[in-house]
Design a binder for this molecule. Structure first.
Ligand code: CMP
Length: 233
C-alpha cells in the first residue's frame, strides 16, 4: 500500500510507533522482566490502579481506554508488538491514567516499575526512546484538540478509523487492500471525540458509498485509499 498511517494527521489515536526500541533496548527490557500472557478481554491493569509495572507488548493488541464519570468510555489508543504500556505512571509515580485490556491473546514482558526506573536512569538511549513515545502522544492529543473545532465529526470518525485499520487492522485474505479491525461503535466514538450516533451515521454513509462494511463489532475498510480521500487526506 502506497500510503501509511503517518499520513492520518491530527486524530487522537494517530501516532508514529511510540518510540521504536532498538534491538539492544529490547534486550535490556526483556532481561529485566518476565513473560506473561493474557486472554482476550483480560485487563492488564485498570485506570486508577497502582503503578507497579510496565509491559512490553510482544504479541497481540492492547486497547487503552479511559472512563468518564458519565459512563462514556474513550478509546485513547491501541498498542501493538514492540510498544510499551504502563510507562506513564511508572515515570510520574501517580495512578494509572487509563485501563489496558487485551483485545486478543496477548503476550508481554512485564518489568517491575523500580527495575524499569533503574533501567532508565542507567541507559540514556532507552530513556530517549521512551521520551519520544511520550512526545508522539502529546502531539496526537494536540492534534485531536485542534481537529475538534476544525473538522466535522464524520471526517474525524473516518480519520480515526483509517488510522486504526492501517496501524492495527489485519489484511483480509483474498481481498487485496481490504483491512479488518474489531472495534465497537462506542470505541470509535470515544476515539474520535464524538457521539455514538455520529459514528452510526458516518458508518452508514461510508457503507452506502462502498468504503466500509460492518458486522458484529468488526469493521472492514474496503478501500483505504478511497476512505483517505473521503476524509480529505
Ligand atoms: P499508565 O498511566 O501507567 O497506564 C495507562 C497506560 O496507557 C499509560 O501508562 C500509557 O502506557 C497508556 N496510554 C495512556 N494514554 C495513552 C495515549 N493517549 N496513547 C497511547 N497510550 C496511552
Amino acid at each position: 500500500m502506497g500510503f501509511e498511517a503517518a499520513h492520518v494527521h491530527g486524530t487522537r489515536v494517530h501516532s508514529e510507533p511510540s518510540g521504536t526500541f532498538s534491538p539492544d533496548e529490547l534486550r535490556l527490557i526483556r532481561d529485566a522482566g518476565r513473560t506473561r500472557v493474557w486472554r482476550p478481554g483480560a485487563v492488564l491493569f485498570p485506570e486508577g490502579g497502582p503503578p507497579d509495572s510496565v509491559v512490553l507488548v510482544e504479541e497481540g493488541l492492547v486497547k487503552i481506554t479511559a472512563d468518564a464519570d458519565t459512563g462514556y468510555t474513550s478509546l485513547l489508543a491501541i498498542r501493538g508488538p514492540g510498544e510499551l504500556v504502563g510507562e506513564m505512571s511508572c515515570v510520574d509515580g501517580r495512578a494509572r491514567s487509563a485501563t489496558a485490556t487485551a483485545m486478543r491473546p496477548v503476550r508481554g514482558t512485564v518489568v517491575a516499575s523500580d527495575r524499569f526506573l533503574t533501567l532508565l536512569e542507567r541507559n540514556g538511549s532507552l530513556t530517549l526512546t521512551v521520551l519520544r513515545g511520550l512526545a508522539a502522544r502529546l502531539r496526537d492529543a494536540d492534534g485531536l484538540r485542534a481537529d475538534q473545532g476544525a473538522l466535522p465529526s464524520g471526517v474525524r470518525v473516518a480519520r480515526v478509523l483509517l488510522d486504526l485499520v492501517l496501524r492495527h487492522g489485519a489484511e483480509v485474505p483474498g481481498r487485496a487492500g481490504e483491512r479488518v479491525l474489531s472495534v465497537s461503535q462506542r470505541e470509535l466514538a470515544g476515539a474520535a471525540g464524538t457521539s455514538r450516533e455520529s459514528v452510526v451515521r458516518t458508518l452508514r454513509r461510508l457503507h452506502r458509498e462502498g468504503l466500509v462494511s460492518t458486522s458484529r463489532g468488526r469493521t472492514v475498510v474496503l478501500d483505504p485509499r478511497a476512505l483517505a480521500r473521503w476524509a480529505g487526506i
